[in-house]
Design a protein around this ligand. Sequence first.
Ligand code: COA
Length: 374
Amino acid sequence: MFSPSLEGVVVGETAVSEVQGVKGQLLYRGIAIEQLTALPHWRVAVLLACEAPVHEDRLVDFERYMRRHSVLCTQELALLDALSSTLHPMLMLQAVLPAINESSNTDFPLPMSSAGIAHGYALAAKIPALLVYWRTRQLERIADANIFTLCSPDHGSLAWFLRHFPGANDNADSRHVLNTAQVLQMEHGYNASTFAGRVCASTDAPVQSVLSASVGTLYGPLHGGADQAALEMAIGIGQPQNAHQFVLDTLNSKRKIMGMGHREYKTLDPRAAILKPMAAQLCQHDDAHANIFATLRAVEEACQEQFAMQGKSIHANVEYYKGAVFHSLGIPSDFFTALFAMSRVFGYLAHYEEFRKHPRLIRPRARPARQIPE
Ligand code: COA
């Protein structure tokens, strides 16, 4: 079979999640995402990781494990200081995750057995602190090292992240919103970055290389990077009144509208269905945010009109309204995809564990290129 870009090709199986593209449904281990958004995101991470339900005591131990490993040591802070603070947060993560020393992780509480899996979760635990520190450096502020090196009772949690990320709104509503968004973007079948991780794992590369390969793949604007691109597109358009012309110009010049379209969903992405009303509510309190939301909605309407005329079933995906949600939480757009990585890393680890149970090198074939007549 010849299918460049692997469209429609089944290359493996997974029990971690199921994407039902025609119905517009997403299930994590058989449970619809709509039923999971109220659960704390670390609990959802465990649900993804483990085939059987995990006892409450183990869940508590897992949260303790994550808190303990979320601290950064002085060497790790020095590693970050050695990089240029202009580096995009996604490039920082891709570079730094494999460079963090493996500590002794003998107390890892989940029933998982693949090589290095405990280290993988220890790395996932550090991402909130890496991003807070990176934003502090980006703003050229002097960070209080104790915030990162001393373990507090909620270290590394989403509440800790919002409390310490410069400029973020930290209140109960923001925590709920961030938790929902993080649960929604935690896992999505054989998406490009998870597949890249599985390919990397198939070569017997260590878990830190797998995470780095996945993060690098997530960064692109056709994948996770669309969240930053969609919000910046709306800001660039400026007003809802400009949306129709923008859509015409973009489609006429054969460019893509960021945050629209999906390889699997042929209807509205179920995650966008949750994020859109959330963005509407969050954006209504502030004129600038309300204008961004109104612009996104106007672009979506113009797209629906144009795509329908072209006979194409293209709808908003998870990235489209997510940027408006994160923006209203006080997160700058160049950190959107890194927050995506902060959550999707749990999907990568669940797939790593699943793959390593039945490992075999992933190696497709290429056919000889055909000569194109001049
Ligand atoms: N804007 C405009 N046209 C789009 C489009 C978009 N966002 N998404 C798809 N299309 C059009 C293509 O131009 C193409 O038209 P054609 O057949 O007339 O040439 C057709 O739909 C198929 O697009 P294609 O890119 O081949 O489909 P795909 O399955 O490979 O694409 C995406 C999936 C996600 C890469 C694509 O929809 C896209 O680039 N979206 C924007 C980036 C984005 O939001 N990514 C995040 C995904 S979660």
